[in-house]
Design a protein around this ligand. Structure first.
Ligand code: CTP
Ligand code: CA
Length: 224
């Protein structure tokens, strides 16, 4: 590790970040996922490592890991839940930037599904995935918990509801209906909600700049 990484304000702190979409199997060769690139979560992991934290990045993405960041690869929401739960007790802060699939296929097929000549359509039965952020929120003791909210309308209201309902300490809201914001882009424009302050809207900027702004606030909350 470079010297600056050992002398930042998060030296000795454990930060767990989740990033990217989850991958939910349909059969051995098919899956359900979403448009999340993982870039925002990777940027947050990088920003945390720059402050000297021990960073674990739990991800489905193949992006190269930022310097000094340990990665754990997962696919499904349930694998992500297990990976986060296992590391939660030791964490000082957890940032859930992953775009978790709300549903999974109830019973993935063991073998590749074949077309059925007698049946022109196909219906997949989906069941709801566990809510990882809400689960961590319900079980938190000392951890500072950060969630994201991707919305296409009524951004602040929905984000406020998620902050409260999931017992998070900070919620990063982004309007994914706007150009240059959210999924796939290198830039983002977010509004930061916390329990005790007014919502704060940051300017459109690169994801690494947004990540450093977020981590600056997380650092204030978790440093001694
Ligand atoms: N999240 C989670 N587990 C889920 C779904 C979401 O941990 N099963 C987390 C996401 O990582 C994010 C936050 O909850 O930090 C909000 O995700 P979002 O998809 O915006 O909200 P949902 O609660 O899933 O509600 P909806 O998609 O219906 O708006
Ligand atoms: Ca969702």
């Amino acid at each position: 590790l470079a010297l600056y990484q050992r002398t930042g304000q998060l030296t000795g702190k454990q930060i767990i970040v989740s990033a990217g979409g989850t991958v939910e199997p349909i059969d051995p060769v098919r899956f359900i996922t979403n448009r999340s690139s993982g870039k925002m979560g990777y940027a947050i992991a990088q920003a945390a490592a720059e402050q000297g934290a021990n960073v674990t990045l739990v991800t489905s993405s193949d992006l190269p890991a930022p310097a000094g960041v340990q990665t754990v690869h997962i696919q499904s929401a349930r694998e992500l839940l297990a990976a986060m739960t296992e590391r939660f007790e030791a964490a000082n802060a957890v940032i859930m930037a992953a775009a978790v699939s709300d549903y999974r296929v109830a019973t993935p097929a063991d073998q590749k599904m074949k077309k059925d000549a007698a049946n022109p359509g196909l219906t997949l039965e989906l069941v709801e995935n566990p809510d990882i952020l809400a689960t961590l929120g319900a079980n938190k003791t000392h951890q500072y918990l950060v969630g994201f909210a991707a919305e296409t309308q009524d951004l602040i209201n929905y984000a406020q509801q998620k902050l409260t309902k999931k017992n998070a300490d900070m919620l990063i809201a982004n309007d994914v209906s706007k150009a240059e914001v959210g999924f796939g882009y290198d830039t983002n424009q977010v509004t930061i909600l916390t329990r005790d302050a007014q919502p704060e809207t940051l300017p459109l900027q690169t994801k690494i700049a947004v990540a450093r702004e977020i981590m600056r606030r997380v650092t204030e909350a978790v440093k001694d």
